[in-house]
Design a protein around this ligand. Sequence first.
Ligand code: ATP
Ligand code: MG
Length: 161
Amino acid sequence: TVSVREVLQEIMLNVWAKAEQKQIKLRLSAEEEDYLIIGDGNRLKQVFLNVIDNAIKFSHMNTWIDITIKREQDQVVVIVQDTGIGISEEHLERVKDRFYQVDHQHGGTGLGLAISQQLIELHGGSLLMESELGNGTTVTVKLPALTQEEHFESDIDPGVV
Ligand code: ATP
Ligand code: MG
């Protein structure tokens, strides 16, 4: 099992210096301690590193990025919201295509979102991009939450059973 909250906290530490350079504040809000899911922690780190790296890359100086974790029925939902340059409707349709970039001024390969989307789908989840040109972008990732039973089973030492 993976703690989504831990994954995000680690990524926030990783990107701290980059955000600091642009005086961008990262704010995490989460009510629960962990938000457990079944998955591959390293792959999930890769996803959120890309999503948060994008948010920083396409934000203006001296802004903030809000990261929210919450529970919605049987899903863990992560929302990454920036107030950056945004994406127009025509580009928004294509940003998850491999190698697609709105412009080529910011480096990278344009693979980040294509890979992120696939990794999230392999976890049984979904990745949604919403944006408004000039106003910012919101990325919503939904992942199936660990059920009570799975939670219980994962607490049992397999060596004892
Ligand atoms: P890589 O992730 O491989 O380093 P990349 O960041 O350009 O390169 P993606 O993460 O796939 O590639 O994003 C694709 C494109 O979508 C970006 O180049 C950018 O044009 C647009 N985009 C993604 N996230 C945002 C965002 N938060 N705000 C504005 N544009 C974005
Ligand atoms: Mg990227």
